[in-house]
Design a protein around this ligand. Structure first.
Ligand SMILES: [Zn+2]
Length: 286
């Protein structure tokens, strides 16, 4: 029944291409067909595509300090102690620090006498990369680039195949970010409301224009119509609505689009929003 609605809607026009709904994959001419289910959201994300014509450069991956002391669990400390040839009691005492410093000296590492990434990697400890990833995520989460905030004000995660930009044979012009219905949505940057509308596929959506990068941001499937009006100015963090599943959406999510200047259906074209997410302070919950 739903797919009949979709087919009819797809004929209406351009908006039909804009949105997402895994149930409608057959209509989107996705390679391989076969709808995906959002219950398999842990599938490996597709490789991000390079963003073209970005006014704001994509952020470099968060770099973490190699020599910053890291906090270890007792069992991790014991592993470090074994590598440094000191009795493994799980405590970072003076003898352990001396042993670590000796180890660091032998390997020509920075001699801090304390566990850090550089040392854990030299010791070939498995948990080094886990700690590195945690540090990078934390750094990204606390350091969005100035003027931006993450639009979903709560836990979120990526979806399965077919929910990334450019998938479904190029018909998916945004990225789907899954979150509990009702999670507040805010403007990712300053701008002006260009459109507040409803569409059979995008549901309740808003378009933000006059952003710092000159690009338009589109927030779709919102739970209710945005309280904002066309022409309203917003700043980063202004509430625009809430995560929902209105329109043709399978599961509560924000379908986010970024359109190059001059914007959404005014001469711009959609590009991959994924490189911006970390710079906006976004870290998926898992
Ligand atoms: Zn989508």
């Amino acid at each position: 029944m739903r797919s009949i609605t979709v087919r009819r809607t797809a004929m209406i026009g351009l908006l039909a291409l804009a949105t997402c709904a895994p149930v409608a994959q057959a209509d989107d001419a996705a390679p391989g067909g076969g709808g995906t289910s959002v219950s398999s959201m842990n599938a490996a994300p597709a490789a991000p595509r390079p963003a073209a014509a970005q006014a704001t450069p994509a952020p470099a991956p968060a770099s973490v300090s190699e020599t910053q002391t890291v906090k270890l669990t007792r069992s991790q400390t014991k592993s470090v102690q074994r590598r440094a040839r000191v009795r493994p009691d799980g405590a970072l005492g003076s003898r352990t620090r001396t042993a670590i410093k000796r180890y660091q000296g032998q390997r020509r590492l920075v001699r801090t006498g304390r566990p850090n990434l550089q040392t854990l990697r030299a010791m070939k400890l498995r948990f080094a990369e886990t700690i590195a990833a945690q540090m990078a995520a934390k750094q990204r989460a606390v350091a969005p680039i100035a003027g931006y905030v993450f639009p979903i004000q709560g836990p979120w995660r990526f979806g399965a195949g077919g929910t990334y930009f450019g998938e479904r044979g190029g018909a998916h012009e945004g990225i789907d970010l899954f979150a509990t219905c009702g999670t507040p949505l805010v403007a990712a940057s300053a701008g002006t409301i260009k459109s507040v509308a409803w569409d059979a596929r995008g549901g309740n959506y808003v378009v933000l224009t006059d952003t710092p990068s000159g690009e338009d941001q589109v927030y779709m499937h919102m739970k209710s119509p945005s309280p904002l009006k066309v022409g309203d100015p917003v700043t980063a963090g202004t509430p625009v609505g809430a995560v929902g599943d209105t329109g043709n959406a399978d599961g509560c999510h924000l379908h986010l689009e970024i359109w190059t200047s001059p914007g959404y259906y005014t001469g711009g074209r959609p590009r991959d929003p994924k490189p911006d997410l970390a710079a906006w302070g976004g870290t998926p919950s898992r």
